[in-house]
Design a protein around this ligand. Structure first.
Ligand SMILES: [Zn+2]
Length: 444
C-alpha cells in the first residue's frame, strides 16, 4: 500500500514515466545502476518525492504525482538519452581507446538532479551500495584459454613481439626437452591462490592437443575454486544450436553449470548474440569489448543489461583490459603495467567493475616475463586496496540480487529510516541526520 508524500511519513521511491520502449530501457538501466528504488507509474494519484520522465511531453501527466513541479526531472534535458541507447545496444563503433565511461558520467548528472530534488524537500536519498561488504570496486580476473600447448616455435611466441635473440634459445630448449611453454594453468592458479583470489577460465570445447589435457585443466581450475566458463568458437555468436552444444559439452566435462560465455576473438553481433545467449539460459556475456582498444565499449564500467528493442535479461560484464591488446600494440615492460593502471583509475573513480583478460598462453615467465610480472603487480595492488575480487558468476549473481531487491525505504515519523530488506545495506545521503533502521520483515 502506498500513501501520499507528507511531512511526517514518506516513501522514498522515485516514479518513472515513459511509453517508449527505447527510452524506457535507458531510464530503467540508469536508475537501476544508480541503485535507486523505482516504480513505473501507471495510473492513480500516488505521489512520489521525485518523478523522472523521459521527455518534456509527459510533464502535464506527471504533475499529479508530485507536490511541486520542481520534483519532476525531465531526463532528456539532463542526459543524452539517444547516445546512451546507442552505446548500450552496441551500435557505437570507436576508432580509439574508450576509457571514458560515457554512460556512467550521464548517470551521475541524473543522480545530482535527483539528489537536489530530495534535498529541497528535506528528504534523505537512500540507495543501494554498488558492491557487497563496503567494497569500493569489483575486480574480475579472467583467462581465455585459446591453447593448451605450444612449444617455443609456436606462432604465439613470435607474434608476441618477443626479442628474437631470446626466442630462439627458448625454441630449441622446448623442442629438445618437449617443454610446453603455453599451458601455465597450474602456475596461474597457484599465483592467484597466493593472493587469495579466484578467477574465471573461459575454455573452448576443442583443442589441437588431446582431450585429456582439457579435462585435466578443468580439474585444476575447479580444485583451485575458480570458475569454468565457455570460450565459444566458430559461429556460436549467431547460432543458438552451436552455442547450446558447446555449453552441454563443457558441462559434461566440468560437471557444473556453465553460467557465462566469452566468444573467441570477441566475435559478437549485437543484439542477436545477447538474445541467443539469454535464450540458452546464460547469466552473463563477457565478449563486448574491443580487441585493439582498451576501455569500455558500451561506455559503462558497471555491469549492464544490453538493449535489443528492449532491455535484455542477460548481463554484460564489461571487459576493459586484455593482455593481447597491449602486446599487439607493442606496449611492453613498464608501459604494460601503466596501461592496466590507466583503466583501473577510471574504475576506481566510478566504483566500477574491472574485468581483465589475461591469456594463459602469455603467463609464462620465460616467454613473457613482463606480462607475468605485471599480472602479479596487479594482483598485489587490487588485493591491498578495497576491492572485491570475484569470479564472473559471483559478480553477476550479486548484480542480479542488487537490482531485483528493492530497498522499500521509508522515512518514519520519528525520523528513522526503515528499510524493508535485510539483503542490502543502504547508503543514506542527507542534509539532516537520520537513523537507519533495517527492518527484517521476512520477505527476502
Ligand atoms: Zn580466444
Amino acid at each position: 500500500m502506498r500513501i501520499g508524500v507528507s511531512k511526517i511519513e514518506s516513501f522514498l521511491t522515485v516514479g518513472l514515466m515513459s511509453d517508449d520502449d527505447r527510452r524506457s530501457a535507458v531510464l530503467e538501466e540508469m536508475i537501476s545502476q544508480l541503485g535507486l528504488d523505482y516504480e513505473w507509474i501507471s495510473n492513480g494519484d500516488i505521489k512520489y518525492p521525485a518523478v523522472i520522465i523521459d521527455t518534456v511531453a509527459r510533464f502535464e501527466s506527471a504533475r499529479r504525482h508530485v507536490d511541486s513541479d520542481d520534483a519532476i526531472v525531465v531526463a532528456e534535458k539532463v542526459c543524452d538519452i539517444k547516445s546512451i541507447y546507442s552505446l548500450l545496444s552496441g551500435m557505437r563503433q570507436h576508432t580509439h581507446d574508450a576509457i571514458t565511461p560515457v554512460v556512467n558520467i550521464e548517470e551521475r548528472k541524473l543522480m545530482d538532479i535527483i539528489r537536489a530534488v530530495f534535498t529541497r524537500q528535506g528528504l534523505p536519498l537512500v540507495y543501494k551500495p554498488l558492491w557487497p561488504g563496503g567494497h569500493d570496486i569489483c575486480v574480475v580476473l579472467t583467462h581465455d584459454v585459446d591453447w593448451l600447448a605450444y612449444n617455443g616455435m609456436h606462432r604465439v611466441v613470435f607474434h608476441g613481439s618477443l626479442d628474437f635473440r631470446r626466442a630462439l634459445p627458448l625454441a630449441f630448449k622446448s623442442l629438445l626437452r618437449g617443454t610446453n611453454l603455453g599451458w601455465n594453468i597450474p602456475e596461474l592458479t597457484e599465483l592467484e591462490n597466493k593472493y587469495n583470489t579466484k578467477s574465471t577460465f573461459f575454455f573452448k570445447t576443442r583443442y589441437d592437443t588431446n582431450s585429456e589435457l582439457l579435462a585435466k585443466s578443468i580439474g585444476i581450475v575447479k580444485e583451485s575454486g575458480s570458475e569454468v566458463a565457455l570460450h565459444a568458437s566458430y559461429d556460436s555468436h549467431v547460432s543458438g544450436g552451436s552455442l547450446s552444444r558447446q555449453i552441454e559439452f563443457l558441462e559434461s566435462i566440468s560437471g557444473k553449470e556453465i553460467k557465462g560465455v566469452r566468444h573467441h576473438i570477441l566475435k559478437t553481433k549485437p543484439p542477436d548474440t545477447w538474445k541467443i545467449e539469454a535464450a540458452e539460459g546464460l547469466s552473463y556475456d563477457a565478449t563486448f569489448a574491443y580487441n585493439r582498444f582498451f576501455g569500455f565499449r558500451a561506455g559503462s564500467c558497471l555491469p549492464y543489461h544490453p538493449f535489443g528493442e528492449i532491455r535484455l535479461p542477460i548481463i554484460e560484464l564489461p571487459t576493459s583490459f586484455m593482455d593481447w591488446t597491449a602486446l599487439h600494440r607493442n606496449i611492453r615492460g613498464e608501459k604494460f603495467f601503466r596501461s592496466i593502471e590507466q583503466v583501473l583509475d577510471v574504475v576506481n573513480e566510478y566504483g566500477g567493475v574491472f574485468v581483465v583478460n589475461f591469456h594463459n598462453t602469455y603467463m609464462n615467465g620465460e616467454t613473457f616475463p613482463d606480462v607475468v610480472s605485471a599480472y602479479e603487480r596487479f594482483l598485489q595492488k587490487v588485493t591491498t586496496q578495497n576491492s572485491w575480487v570475484a569470479t564472473a558468476s559471483q559478480c553477476v549473481e550479486w548484480w542480479s540480487t542488487r537490482e531485483s531487491t528493492p530497498l522499500r525505504a521509508k522515512l518514519n515519523r520519528d525520523g528513522t529510516i526503515e528499510v524493508g530488506t535485510a539483503l542490502l545495506t543502504p547508503l543514506v545521503e542527507s542534509t539532516h541526520r537520520f537513523q537507519v533502521n533495517v527492518v527484517r520483515n521476512g520477505q527476502d
